[in-house]
Ligand binder design. Structure first.
Ligand SMILES: NC(=O)c1ccc[n+]([C@@H]2O[C@H](COP(=O)([O-])OP(=O)(O)OC[C@H]3O[C@@H](n4cnc5c(N)ncnc54)[C@H](OP(=O)(O)O)[C@@H]3O)[C@@H](O)[C@H]2O)c1
Length: 223
């Protein structure tokens, strides 16, 4: 199995990729290589630089040249993990909001749509508890994650009569680099990314044609 994981440079995506290289081959996608540089030592890990905040027309040449040739020969699973987070009292400008939605929703939809093919076996969406409920100061992020829920649920309906399945998880706080620069938020009891990655990789190992919808995983502070 080939696993394509977005956002492998840090946090949860890195922990997931680190485990998946023991199960198959992995393609990581992010703007920087970050922590994933350590995985480049492995023969079965490849990384491509992609900025999902760019219009899809701009990144599609990278997708066509790097992903599509590999995918014609092997079964693959897509893990949609990369996201732009924003928490703050002031609201984002229209342009900033557009960029956040480009990263968290528009590029995701275009990438998934492009990758639907006979060898696609599973799509795992890392959504958020903010995709199910509103969160103070997270208006734009929460809106993008709610929209992602609409996309993943609709994709599941499509996949029902096809050859792949759809899993969508909604974690609460995870102790990752996402919170760097948000010093006011206490992350002490947040879920450790390695623990969550263990759970998610177990999900990925589940036999095909099982659908997971809105699997909520919370630390005590989000209960
Ligand atoms: N941390 C939490 O409390 C929490 C809670 C619920 C859900 N989640 C979700 O969990 C997922 C992983 O988040 P995390 O906590 O692991 O955050 P993180 O450590 O900040 O990781 C985010 C990843 O996304 C990539 N990324 C961000 N913008 C990108 C862009 N424009 N183009 C390409 N890649 C981009 C980053 O790589 P580059 O910067 O190198 O591009 C990084 O690898 C996200 O979907 C997030 O919404 C997180």
């Amino acid at each position: 199995m080939k696993y394509i994981v977005t956002g492998t440079s840090s946090g949860l995506g890195f922990e997931i990729a680190k485990r998946l290289v023991d199960l198959g081959s992995v393609i990581g996608l992010s703007r920087t290589i970050g922590k994933a540089s350590i995985l480049l030592e492995k023969k079965n890990f490849e990384w491509f630089c992609i900025d999902f905040s760019s219009p899809f027309e701009q990144i599609s040449p990278v997708i066509e040249s790097s992903l599509m040739p590999v995918l014609s020969s092997e079964e693959y699973t897509l893990v949609i993990n990369a996201a732009q987070f924003y928490l703050g009292e002031s609201r984002l400008t229209s342009l900033e909001t557009q960029q956040l939605f480009q990263t968290n929703l528009f590029s995701v939809m275009s990438l998934v749509n492009r990758m639907i093919g006979p060898k696609l076996k599973r799509v795992l969406f890392i959504n958020s508890i903010s995709g199910l409920i509103g969160q103070s100061g997270q208006h734009e992020y929460s809106a993008s994650k709610h929209a992602l829920k609409g996309f993943s649920s609709s994709l599941a309906k499509q996949a029902k009569d096809m050859h792949f399945d759809v899993m969508s998880v909604n974690p609460g706080g995870i102790r990752t680099e996402l919170w760097d620069g948000n010093a006011k938020i206490a992350t002490d009891d947040f879920i450790e990314p390695d623990n969550l990655a263990d759970i998610l990789v177990s999900l990925l190992k589940v036999k095909q044609r099982i659908f997971v919808d809105s699997f909520v995983i919370l630390p005590p502070s989000d209960v």
